[in-house]
Write a protein that binds this ligand. Structure first.
Ligand code: CP
Length: 317
């Protein structure tokens, strides 16, 4: 028994489609300002303003991470706060303590919780019972922080993403899901190209269409990328996929590899993104990753700036 639920008017950052579009737009603007303000400062120096001074942030990881872990940790510290990185398996959470009880206890110690977990029900239960804001650091179903960084990256290179054509090539996974959510909220169109077995969830396609975005499912990768402003790839085997499915997935996904030949069919000024970690010569070739269309290192850096804006919004600081 989790016990009684409470009224929870806090600014949780759980999913892009559950966050007000005006708030999302404000976060992207804030992230850009934060990035520009830091540009001339020494690497690692704290921000001029310290909105998280005296605040403690818990970063819980039930799955591996490089970018999310480091960018959140650095972001908190640059804003004057303190963070603690917790492994789910080392906590009582991994040994039978309920999520609701964990949320109640953590709320007595910290000001903000970021959690990366498997089933999204864990994230939602954490938010339901916490007295502090909760941020989605990835679930099996969504990865909203990544897409905030991706929108920031697109716009700093090419201007407004509204009305642009984004092509997702490969597996309709959790990152693809958050791209669909963002399509509806930021007003861009999304073409998915991949095998039917790995289509994005119909519910998410429907949400984007309902919000006014054109969502196209195109099995032919070459046709899909025609006129693309942005081409996005991701790993063919996500953290929650079984390793035994690897060969089958690779066979299905091979026609959707993003290589120079495919990128040449997009617009000449098209960008290439990948949330990383990448498997070079699988979902994308090194020629594309390291080539003129690629903005993957800016994209990785922008996790830091975008998440600082997300944390500030969550805390209202
Ligand atoms: N893109 C991303 O979330 O990277 P990590 O798994 O390294 O955090």
């Amino acid at each position: 028994m989790a016990g009684p639920k409470k009224e929870n008017p806090m600014n949780h950052f759980l999913d892009i489609h559950k966050t007000d579009p005006a708030a999302l737009r404000a976060m992207i603007e804030t992230a850009g300002q934060i990035k520009r303000a830091r540009a001339d400062r020494p690497k690692g120096a704290p921000d001029d303003d310290q909105p998280l001074a005296g605040r403690m942030v818990a970063l819980i990881f039930e799955k591996p991470s490089t970018r999310t872990r480091v960018s959140f940790d650095v972001g908190v510290r640059q804003m004057g706060g303190q963070s603690m990185v917790l492994s789910g398996s080392d906590m009582q959470l991994g040994h039978g303590e309920t999520i609701a009880d964990t949320a109640r206890v953590l709320s007595r110690y910290v000001d903000l919780i970021m959690i990366r977990t498997f089933d999204e029900s864990v994230l939602h239960e954490m938010a339901e019972y916490a007295d502090v804001p909760v941020i989605n650091g990835l679930t099996d179903r969504t990865h909203p922080c990544q897409i905030m960084a991706d929108v920031l990256t697109y716009e700093e290179h090419r201007g407004p993403i509204k009305g642009k054509k984004v092509v997702w090539a490969g597996d309709g996974n959790n990152v693809c899901a958050s791209f669909l959510h963002a399509a509806g909220q930021f007003g861009f169109d999304l073409t998915f190209t991949g095998p039917a077995q790995l289509d994005p969830e119909e519910e998410f396609v429907g949400l984007a269409r309902k919000a006014g975005s054109t969502v196209v499912i195109e099995r032919d990768a070459a046709r899909a990328v025609e006129g693309a402003d942005l081409v996005v790839a991701d790993t063919w085997v996500s953290m929650h996929d079984s390793q035994s499915s690897k060969e089958r997935r690779h066979n299905m996904l091979r026609p959707y590899q993003v290589n120079a030949e495919l990128m040449a069919k997009a617009r000449p000024d098209a960008l290439f993104m990948h949330c990383l970690p990448a498997h070079r010569e699988e979902e994308v070739t090194s020629e594309v990753m390291d080539g003129p269309h690629s903005v993957i290192w800016d994209e990785a850096e922008n996790r830091l700036h975008a998440q600082k804006a997300v944390m500030r919004w969550c805390l209202g600081v």
